[in-house]
Ligand binder design. Sequence first.
Ligand SMILES: [Zn+2]
Length: 402
Amino acid sequence: MRRFITLLIVLASPVAAQDSAKAQPDPIASLVARLDLEHYKATLKALTQFGDRRQGTTRNRAAVDWIERQLRSYGCSDVSRLTYEYSPPSPEGRGGQGVRADTRGSQGVRTDTLRAVGGGRYRGTRAHTGVNTDSLRQPDAQLRALDAEPSTPGQRQEVYCTKIGATHPNEMYIVGAHMDGIGWGEAANDDGSGTALVLELARLLSAPDVVTDRSIRFALWNNEETGHNGSSAYVEQRQALQGKEDPPGSGRYPEPTWLGMIQHDMMLFDHGMPRADGTLGPDQRPEADVNIEFQSRAKFAEAAQRLAWMFQVANERYATDYPASVSAHMTNTDSAPFQDLVAAISLRENERGTQIGAGWDPNWHQPTDRYSTYNDKDFRLGLNAAQTTLAAVAGLAGATLK
Ligand SMILES: [Zn+2]
């Protein structure tokens, strides 16, 4: 809490911050400056070599292995795997909760009165959404073959690692994204973009000259697309271990006490509201922003809201291009299993319920969710979300440079 208040004061007082900056360079600014658009893009591109990384397939397991190798190469501490079982509630291939739908060319509909998932209200034009389950809609034969193996029930794994706090190793922030995808594409935006963001932060914060007071865990969830089963398994298995020193007297805390959970899911595409004919603009809209959401119905809503506004302030101070906005309807991602246990927020390209759910992202769960679909203005929105989270978490965890 003290750290929280200190950071809030520093962030809210640009004059005081500038004064202290004269004496000592701002370590947060130095850290944020290490983020690089080309490096972020290269990490995202590398993830797409595993196609849509659908849970329960060889390509998904290969991606988990690859992610683990990256975390180890960064020098991130205590690289670990969480193992759980997953069996789909309905036969594979029916697209889970989704329905087959073609968003392109569909007629826009006005739905001012309906409630969106998460509790928000739709405004303006809405286009159709859904999960593509038709392999023939992937025109690239090589990618179609890569995505062809169906999911089978059974054991699943997901990887995480930790930046261990120097003075409070028993407390941590969790920074997450889901590495699985769906839809016969490359799951580049959903959620290669968030996965690459978390990997970049793990890499930068694991650098030998970075010291943090508190711990930071980097989690690459599996099985989000089936209903956040991977993050739910984590909560189930590890919730009760929080803050316990193990072995006693060792100074080691396999599950530091949770101080906050920050999820990243779909970071690239903010081309605005669908037009009347259901199509989207070709470019990132000039008003594009990073959407920080908390859930007003969560038990920890008040703490989550404070955390969300801290991220907004961090964005204001440190992000180079795009602003951030805060809203109250976080839903349908891996922060949900945490929201009644700790302050939990998500960062996204748009609000999940009222915007993505209204067809603002025509590549969502579609064969077009490929690396080549996006341009640098899209990737830069993801980078700005990375700047936002890096700045906020570095402040909260008390990062300094040796
Ligand atoms: Zn997602």
